[in-house]
Design a protein around this ligand. Structure first.
Ligand SMILES: Nc1ncnc2c1ncn2[C@@H]1O[C@H](COP(=O)(O)OP(=O)(O)OP(=O)(O)O)[C@@H](O)[C@H]1O
Ligand code: SF4
Ligand SMILES: [Mg+2]
Length: 376
């Protein structure tokens, strides 16, 4: 996959986006859940940005917010220069044709009572051409595009007769049939058998190359993110804590959380399978009761006492599009509010330094392996 840089006018611009859910705790009381907080991210036409992070870090919520599937609490989603929050119903329908989602679970996301042809045709019935003949032609073309061939036969089958990989191809055909420009792929291979995962990822890459699609690829798996994405954004507790070109993020990770994720990447070499792997210690925080300051501080072995538990670190540009939110990387290189600690972690030690180099080589080899896949 080529690595286009974000243009001045990105296809999608996420500006200071926050999403709060309110969960009822009693008849009178609700509790806010900070699912996404203050996210800024531009995605260029034809670019793939991967969102990685542990469960509950806000990946799905952010992805769904970009296609107007969850209400935004503050901030904006700007698609081709237009704030999608300001669209009227007609404009929103037009936007939905251009922005589609591939869901994680191809078993529950396809109606068992509809034939594959009807499932793929459904978006066309809602948004597409009125002529049945044209709709049929587009359904067959979409099935061919995802390599469900002969398309006419697959169109007549029901989802329960298909493998997980074939079902996910149906989901992709349904997402592609309207000719979208932007796709959110939310852990598209995590629930299908290992042998089909690489095929599905390569299919998505092929479609992207043919159609110049723009992707938000959500995954737990850094190895597939490295392989599939141009840039990787690491999320923790609803915030982007590190963002960089994929190779740079894997090879030169700065944030202690990213380093921990990399050190925990599973060993691809069967001969080294039993080697002890570093894990990210502790549990991800409750989004309804996030720690003050840097939300990672209770788990961070290099936390700076007096700073990290008080001040939320801003996302700081380190150069070449590499951004990190950590007080070890102070704003302005030492003059900002978070100007404590050292940028290379040397003052406080870097317990993952060795693990990172090791994880990097493993991740690189994992990324080369067609079988590298989601773990979530
Ligand atoms: N509809 C909802 N109502 C209340 N809380 C929600 C809702 N959707 C998500 N959340 C909460 O928001 C936070 C972020 O959830 P989200 O599903 O976006 O995380 P994720 O990174 O996609 O996790 P996973 O890797 O498990 O899919 C979590 O604490 C989750 O429980
Ligand atoms: S801001 Fe502090 S607690 Fe957070 S990752 Fe950086 S050093 Fe660790
Ligand atoms: Mg999710």
């Amino acid at each position: 996959m080529t690595a286009p840089r974000p243009a001045d006018e990105p296809l999608l611009r996420i500006e200071r986006l926050s999403v709060r859910f309110f969960v009822r705790t009693s008849f009178f009381a609700t509790r806010p859940i900070a699912a996404v907080s203050d996210v800024d991210l531009d995605i260029a036409t034809g670019e793939t940005v991967a969102l990685v992070g542990e469960s509950g870090s806000g990946k799905t919520t952010l992805g769904r917010a970009t296609v107007h599937l969850v209400p935004i609490s503050s901030g904006r989603i700007v698609f081709e220069g237009t704030d999608i929050g300001a669209l009227d119903d007609r404009e929103l329908r037009a936007f939905r044709q251009r922005a589609q989602v591939i869901f994680q679970d191809p078993f529950s996301s396809l109606s068992p009572y509809m034939r594959v042809g009807e499932i793929v045709e459904e978006p066309l019935v809602i948004h597409g051409p009125r002529s049945r003949a044209e709709r049929s032609a587009r359904v067959l073309a979409a099935l061919e595009q995802v390599k469900l061939s002969p398309a006419a036969e697959f169109a007549e089958t029901y989802p329960h007769t298909l493998s997980g990989g074939q079902r996910q191809r149906v989901s992709i055909a349904r997402a592609m049939v309207l000719g979208p420009d932007y796709l959110v792929a939310d852990e598209p291979v995590s629930m299908i058998d290992a042998s089909s995962r690489a095929e599905i990822l390569y299919l998505l890459k092929d479609l992207q190359a043919q159609r110049r699609l723009t992707f938000l690829y959500i995954t737990h798996d850094l190895a597939s993110a490295r392989h599939f994405a141009d840039r990787i954004a690491v999320m923790y507790a609803g915030r982007i804590v590190e963002l960089a070109p994929a190779g740079q993020l894997v090879g030169e990770a700065c944030h202690p959380y990213t380093k921990a994720l990399l050190a925990a990447v599973p060993e691809p070499d069967p001969g080294n399978r039993l080697r002890q792997r570093a894990v990210v210690g502790g549990e991800p925080p409750d989004a309804g009761a996030l720690p003050a300051g840097c939300a990672f501080h209770p788990r961070c072995p290099v936390a700076i006492a007096g700073t990290c538990e008080r001040i939320i670190p801003p996302l700081v540009e380190l150069g070449s599009g590499h951004q990190v939110a950590c007080h070890l990387y102070p704003v302005g290189g030492g003059d900002g509010e978070g100007s404590v600690g050292s940028a290379d972690g040397s003052a406080t030690g870097d317990p993952w330094g060795d693990g990172l180099a090791e994880a990097d080589s493993m991740t690189s080899s994992a990324a080369r392996m067609p079988g590298s896949s989601d773990s979530g």
